[in-house]
Design a protein around this ligand. Sequence first.
Ligand SMILES: NC(=O)c1ccc[n+]([C@@H]2O[C@H](COP(=O)([O-])OP(=O)(O)OC[C@H]3O[C@@H](n4cnc5c(N)ncnc54)[C@H](OP(=O)(O)O)[C@@H]3O)[C@@H](O)[C@H]2O)c1
Length: 303
Amino acid sequence: MKILITGSNGLLGQKIVYACLGNYLNEVELVATARGENRLIEQNGYTYHSMDISSKIDTLEVIEKFQPEVVIHAAAMTNVDACETDKESCLINNVHAVEFIVEACNKIGAHLVHVSTDFIFDGLGGPYAEDAEPNPISYYGWSKAEAEKIVKEKSDSWAILRTILVYGVADHMSRSNVVLWAKGALEKGNPINVVDDQYRMPTLAEDLAEGCLLAATKKANGIFNISGPDYMNIFELVNRVADYFGLDKSIVHRTDSSGLNQPAKRPPRTGFDLSKSRSILGYRPRSFEEGLAILEGQLKVQS
Ligand SMILES: NC(=O)c1ccc[n+]([C@@H]2O[C@H](COP(=O)([O-])OP(=O)(O)OC[C@H]3O[C@@H](n4cnc5c(N)ncnc54)[C@H](OP(=O)(O)O)[C@@H]3O)[C@@H](O)[C@H]2O)c1
């Protein structure tokens, strides 16, 4: 099966590339696309082509050129506060770009696997099932909810995969994530303030990539929740990171969201009911500590 992915330089995009060179080697012919140069260390075993999804011409030309059977849309403007302060860029990259991708997929009859977020919810009623009603409280959340509407209303063949707080290690990353941030700060002995009023189900990037490839190879239809299985607040998460790596927890200080002064609001309690993705896709997420063990192994290889 020929699969084209967007955002192959991102955390999820990279994990999809590496899964296609690993477990899916005999099943998938991969076309990886991203903005600018390919930043992956491994550059063989797949085709790379630059594609800026904010350009309609670029997006239509590249997708039509490669004629994939499935497109996995992993690119997005993901910095929630930057989306709040630069709404125009967020609108172009997270909403208009999805219009272009849907149009290109419909033109060539490709199935679309679109990646979305728990931030489409207000966080008052989590954990959420797939049919829960979106009610975003940030511009990023709004942009991703709009993108979902476009996919549902305009795409001829689609799956939407929603995920939560993705963590992992990647090559030349443009953004860090909560696990690497906490581990780095605690190793340096820097005291950190961590919120205890935001509940999430943190997702190992490899598990999300696997969810995307399960949905792609099965050409699954509809909405699927794809996250880790463990529900915790961010303060607990950081404490579990400290426990796992044997770091000093006494410098982790409890705070609440009101003390952070971030431009974008965060939903207090998200989390997902995973029963649909487990039964229909055969999705099997790893526990948080299993995820940390995988990340630890990758950090050892890098150093
Ligand atoms: N990370 C999370 O905690 C989280 C949580 C819920 C949902 N999600 C969703 O999961 C998906 C994957 O996110 P991620 O964790 O892999 O984030 P990421 O590491 O920030 O990757 C996103 C990638 O999108 C690329 N991108 C942005 N604008 C682009 C454009 N105009 N053309 C081409 N590429 C563009 C970025 O390119 P550059 O590297 O060049 O900037 C980046 O590599 C996104 O849909 C996101 O909304 C993520």
